[in-house]
Design a binder for this molecule. Structure first.
Ligand code: DAH
Length: 340
């Protein structure tokens, strides 16, 4: 029948052009829908037909239905294949593509400076010696010739756990522990570590900070040996153009005692804002070990003598990197830390 076959032609053309699953569903409904579909409607006046006509119309309608169903199925398969091909293109994961590099941390600037100091002094034969941060009154003061009631104790306002036990206020007590442990000079040690004092946090001081202490005990050591060692350390860390000087000072555990200065790296010693127009920057204290301190460590001061120093590690890092506020080292601000 022409009607059925032209309907089929029309349907197949629409199916072939259909751009999506939704369109196919609509076409399916339009032609094959049970009540109002075009194919069903072909049969709507079948009752008036002669038996032979009925049979051939029924057959034509069935063929049209099957042809349309087949075309729908084929087009659906085609669209699905295209959709998958498209997905493979757009959603593809290239497993060889390098990912974003993982963020790696790095060593804290204070640790870097401490390790540099250790490396330089180890190259001179010094050994790293560590001591406890919780110290006894005896090691922290008494053994270092700082008697109870001595006004110098005010320089080390300390955190006490009891009358006997405190957080060490400096690394100097490790001098005593090292002498007691090693017993036989020559002794060449450095002792880096955390110290604690009852100082409110400011740009130049904190209640917790670190020092690196040095101690040499040998025969016939001089202030010149001490100065030479410290000059070598400073120039290794800060560059060969730096100068050093010692100024008379007082510490109960050294005699004579000195303040140790380094020439300003910014103005080269002429004087500028950064060194408050002095041309020099203070690094710490040093001196020739007091005989009483050698005795506390079990060493005979008539046979041996020594020199010692105690420098702040934060201070040394500040001088190296032109940092003007000590608190920055402990604030864990990555914008600051990532610079080093
Ligand atoms: N312990 C001193 C302080 O904390 C620093 C110091 C000065 C250490 C002179 C020394 C030294 O070994 O000889 O202020």
């Amino acid at each position: 029948m022409t009607d059925a076959s032209s309907l089929t032609t029309e349907a197949l053309a629409a199916i072939g052009r259909a751009p999506s699953e939704d369109d196919l569903a609509r076409i399916d409904q339009e032609y094959l829908g049970r009540k109002n579909g075009q194919v069903s409607r072909l049969l709507s006046n079948i009752a008036q037909l002669l038996p032979a006509e009925k049979a051939s119309l029924g057959k034509a309608a069935n063929e049209a239905k099957r042809a349309i169903e087949a075309a729908l199925a084929a087009r659906r398969a085609e669209l699905e294949t295209a959709r998958l091909a498209d997905l493979a293109e757009t959603e593809a994961i290239d497993i060889t593509f390098p990912g974003p590099p993982p963020e790696r941390g790095h060593i804290h600037v204070l640790t870097q400076v401490r390790r540099q100091i250790e490396t330089v002094l180890e190259s001179l034969g010094y050994q790293v010696e560590l001591g406890p941060e919780v110290e006894t009154e005896w090691y922290n003061f008494e053994a270092l010739n700082i008697a109870e009631g001595h006004p110098a104790r005010e320089n080390w306002d300390s955190f006490y756990f009891s009358k006997e036990l405190l957080l060490r206020a400096h690394t100097s007590p490790v001098q005593i522990r090292a002498m007691q442990r090693i017993k036989e000079p020559p002794i060449y040690i450095i002792t880096p570590g955390r110290c604690y004092r009852r100082d409110p946090p400011e740009a130049t001081r904190l209640p917790y900070f670190s020092q690196v202490e040095g101690l040499a005990v040998d025969k016939g050591l001089t202030v010149g040996d001490m100065k030479g060692t410290l000059l070598y350390m400073i120039q290794s860390l800060y560059g060969r153009d730096r100068k050093v000087r010692v100024r008379p000072s007082y510490f109960p555990f050294t005699e004579p005692s000195f303040e140790f200065d380094v020439s300003c790296g910014i103005c080269g010693g002429i004087g500028c804002k950064s060194c408050r127009h002095k041309g020099w920057l203070e690094v710490g204290g040093c001196g020739m070990v007091h005989p009483q301190v050698l005795r506390s460590g079990g060493i005979d001061p008539t046979q041996w003598n020594g020199y010692a120093w105690g420098f702040g590690i934060e201070r040394m890092a500040m001088l190296k990197h032109d940092v003007d506020d000590i608190r920055l080292f402990y604030e864990s601000d990555l914008r600051f830390l990532e610079q080093f």
